[in-house]
Design a protein around this ligand. Sequence first.
Ligand SMILES: [Zn+2]
Ligand SMILES: [Zn+2]
Length: 348
Amino acid sequence: MAVRTLIRHLQYMWASFILKVHIILDSAVKTAGPLYILLALSLLSCIIYLYYTAVLPAVHQLNSVEGIAHLIVSIWLIYNVFFNYYWCIQSDPGSPPLEFDLGADMSQYETGAPVPQMRWCKRCRKAKPPMTHHCHICKRCILKMDHHCPWMHNCIGFYNYRYFFVFLLYLWSGCIYTVYMASIPLFGTASQEQTSGKVNGVLFTFVLSLAVFGSLSCLLGWHIYLVLTAQTTIDFYGNRQRRREARRSGQVWVNEFDVGKMQNLRNVLDASGDRLWWLKLWLPLRTLPRGDGIRFPSRYGSPDAASGGNSSSRHSPPNPYSTSIASSSRESVSNGDGENNWRPANMV
Ligand SMILES: [Zn+2]
Ligand SMILES: [Zn+2]
């Protein structure tokens, strides 16, 4: 008996210790946010400075046609990188609106009495739309939360995911462009006169850009996969679990928000529903994503969000008790903040 009490006591102490570590780490990430941004800006500035002082002069004369063309291309890439970086940091990722506040109705959840099937957050005391998760660093629920990004000092959620994704695209393009340009004087046919005194700078730029390019390729590839399959980073792990559980019971689990690769891509990148949406990717544009972050296009039909454009439903959110918000084809049990309590119900 005494041993069992001791084990329980030790378990409690261990859980308290882990909780404290999590709290300390969360506050460290939040406090260090501006330093991460400073580090990212320093790294970018370093590559840009070396590109203009060592790489470009080693490849072309700056007053030549080729030199001016490369100057324009590089400025366009840099502007798009900083534009999307700035707006990803500045944009609020979005939280469930006031209408999702459970307020006094929380008592029925806390007593364990039967409640409508719905996801809810015990910290924010709010109902949670599909793909909404609580961020322990921002201390609030984030619509379509992907992850908390220390490099952005912000959560990546519904309203800033497009900036994040386009930022990755341009940064990746900038890195591969810099690697290519730096490789010309290193491995190509640039004249001795052009490269003299700049070899170290060119080599350093090449190695630095290649390292950033390598890590960005993994990150960008991952996010391309997520966009094409209509998932967030957090939901990917939950969906994988549901898929496994379904397989064990001889069923197939289907992501209801996966409406086809091209449509999934457009739901993230094409804010206006315009036919020439892909052209806008070439320009630094401030734009809102499709929908309201509460309802999403579904393969089982979701007329409001599927209609495209910036839905006016942001101003009139639906009833949080409605099962259409709580993802009608998924079942959840109402306890805790509902992060891991989905039951795989949308199987075919
Ligand atoms: Zn919350
Ligand atoms: Zn956050």
